[in-house]
Design a protein around this ligand. Structure first.
Ligand SMILES: O=P(O)(O)OP(=O)(O)OP(=O)(O)OC[C@H]1O[C@@H](n2cnc3c(O)ncnc32)[C@H](O)[C@@H]1O
Ligand SMILES: [Mg+2]
Length: 176
């Protein structure tokens, strides 16, 4: 099985590799447009970004499945939450989607997002580190390293694989 991932971020590509391990799949990451803002600001926009990435990855080569993983934030009455969504796309079928664990972001980060900064650069500046988005991620920082970004994306990817298997066995279109 050949699985194309719409990103070169290693936290995403490695998570997909692990989720498809039992299929002995060839997993290839590639840069594709997300078709949404660099910093998605709602679940809906983040889902759309994940689907767009999955579709673009699938169409750009001879893969059997396209996977898109997209990070964003969602404002709630409790504060701004990190949100991450995944999509699995297959020719002739509707996309399968899943989301990852969520936590509230600190107010200081929320305020910077509201005035238009992107989470990736905010996190690097906040921690005085580089490229956090390709390492532990915001979720890793704010969970004291207990849930790094790759692990969160592994959960998202495994939710996609599980739903894909369920559909193959039962033939049910559960979504979209
Ligand atoms: O190369 P791509 O696939 O685009 O990977 P990315 O790290 O930029 O990730 P996303 O585009 O999916 O995330 C959207 C934005 O949110 C940032 N972001 C999302 N989750 C993050 C996290 O856990 N840590 C740091 N930045 C994060 C990211 O840098 C972008 O500005
Ligand atoms: Mg990005």
């Amino acid at each position: 099985m050949y699985v194309a991932v719409g990103s070169k971020n290693q936290t995403k590509v490695k998570a997909v590799e692990e989720a498809f391990k039992k299929y002995d799949a060839k997993v290839k990451g590639m840069d594709v447009p997300s078709g949404v803002s660099e910093q998605p600001f709602s679940d809906e926009e983040t889902i759309q970004g994940a689907i767009n990435r999955a579709q673009a990855a699938l169409e750009n080569n001879d893969a059997e499945l396209g996977i898109g993983l997209e990070g964003g934030v969602q404002q709630t009455k409790f504060g701004m939450m990190l949100c991450n969504w995944g999509a699995l796309v297959q020719y002739g079928k509707s996309p399968i989607i899943s989301c990852g664990a969520r936590i509230l972001l600190p107010k200081e980060i929320e305020h910077r997002l509201i005035v238009g900064e992107e989470l990736g650069p905010i996190m690097d500046d906040f921690m005085k580190k580089t490229n956090i988005r390709s390492k532990e991620g915001a979720i890793g920082i704010f969970t004291n390293g207990l849930i790094p970004r790759q692990e969160m994306f592994l959960h998202v990817s495994t939710l996609l694989v599980g739903q894909y298997e369920y559909r193959n066995i039962n033939g049910l279109e559960t979504q979209l």
